[in-house]
Ligand binder design. Structure first.
Ligand code: MUC
Ligand code: MG
Length: 386
């Protein structure tokens, strides 16, 4: 009984060996400032991983950050350093098609470093898919959908600008669900801003908010009911990631909208702890948190076992990171809340020849082998950090 795909086609196997791994830092400006409660960005910083196999096929992957090491602990400088010094040396010469083995090798080479590991695993799936002529989703159990509803995030902090931006997205048939970043101002100021946006858009749009851990339990108890009154459909990470018991009490007693767990769920163990505490109605799934496509499916499986809904999360990735998410999101039995991979649309430009397609309020899985994308060498060089 062959233990890997490649024993079936002797000769190809050897060429699936990982021959080279390169990590390139790029900085891509955004079309406007993007403000969260704990950081603000005017450019996205990524590490693009280029992984070449013995057969010459190259796979690509991406590690995103948001405002350096402020959204999570990884920065592009640290991601590149740990790939160059620890993760790449541990994988060179190993088989790219043995994904689980590679995951164990990376776990032994470095603790956490989830964004770095996810970028490498993505590049492995891309290279193996391109070699076999299969989309990554086919290597993950097969796609049950070819497109996903996609929201846009309003995060300038200026309600007039946000209403205008939302109207343009609605009018273009691109987005009809909007996530509003709150927590940078006082709760009362945020309620006033939300009321203006909600009145302007009415029932033409669904509104959710992301507090990014800015509230304590007392503030949550006071303002979650106000959010329900405004018509907010989902509230993301209102309290600090460590405070799962507060999240649970707010969910059970505050009388607010459903709660979405984000920064409090990185590993499947985190997911189990949130489930056991009955602390969330849904979980935001992100490669930078879980460490890879296989690990993302593990977290999703724990959530589903507990009846917790799935939400396709992002960190404002370009088309490369967004496509990696879409390939695994396409294989999830359900994706109750759609996704938030609007990232490629907030950048002044993209890094691939064939950016993702946004149409009819959905983002579409690119056709073709691997991730289904072709790197644009000129744009990569243009945005690469020297
Ligand atoms: C987050 O906290 O969810 C996702 C969308 C967005 O605007 O910010 C990210 C991070
Ligand atoms: Mg969030």
């Amino acid at each position: 009984m062959p233990d890997t795909l490649m024993n079936l086609t002797a000769g190809l196997g050897a060429n699936m060996m990982i021959a080279a791994i390169q990590a390139v830092i790029v900085d891509v400006p955004t079309v406007r400032q993007h403000k969260l409660s704990n950081t603000a960005v005017a450019a996205q910083n990524y590490v693009i991983v280029r992984l070449r196999l013995g057969n010459g096929v190259e796979g690509i992957g991406e590690a995103a950050t948001l405002g350096g090491p402020r959204w999570a602990e990884e920065s592009v400088e640290a991601i590149k350093a740990n790939i160059d010094a620890y993760l790449a040396p541990a994988l060179l010469g190993r088989r790219a098609d043995l994904f689980v083995v590679a995951g164990a090798v990376m776990a032994a080479a470095a603790k956490r470093n989830y964004a770095a590991k996810a970028a490498i695993e993505t590049a492995m799936f891309d290279a193996v898919g391109k070699t076999l002529g299969l989309p990554v989703a086919a290597l993950l159990g097969g796609a049950v959908r070819q497109s996903v509803p996609v929201l846009w995030t309003l995060a300038s902090g200026d309600p007039a600008q946000e209403i205008d931006e939302a109207e343009r997205k609605l009018g273009a048939g691109l987005h009809r669900t909007f996530k509003i970043k709150i927590g940078a101002k006082t709760p009362d100021e945020d309620m006033a801003r939300l009321n203006l946006i909600s009145r302007a858009l009415g029932d033409r749009a669904m509104l959710i908010v992301d507090v990014n851990q800015a509230w304590d339990e007392t503030t949550g108890k006071q303002f979650l009911p106000r959010l329900a009154d405004i018509g907010i459909a989902l509230v993301e990470q209102p309290v600090p990631a460590w405070n799962i018991s507060a999240l649970a009490r707010l969910r059970q007693n505050a009388g607010g909208p459903p709660l979405l767990a984000d920064e409090c769920v990185f590993s499947p163990h985190d997911m189990l702890a949130v489930a056991q505490a009955n602390a969330a109605d849904a979980v935001s799934l992100k490669l930078v948190k879980h460490g890879g496509l296989l690990a993302l499916k593990d977290v999703a499986a724990v959530a589903q076992a507990a009846g917790i809904g799935l939400y396709g999360g992002c960190l404002l990735e370009s088309s490369i990171g967004a496509a990696a998410h879409l390939q695994v999101f396409a294989t999830l039995p359900t994706l109750d809340w759609g996704c938030e991979h609007f990232g490629p649309q907030i950048l002044v430009d993209d890094l691939v020849v064939n950016p993702l397609r946004y149409e009819n309020y959905e983002v579409h899985l690119p056709a073709g082998p691997g991730l289904g994308l072709v790197l644009d060498e000129d744009k990569l060089k243009h945005f690469a950090r020297n």
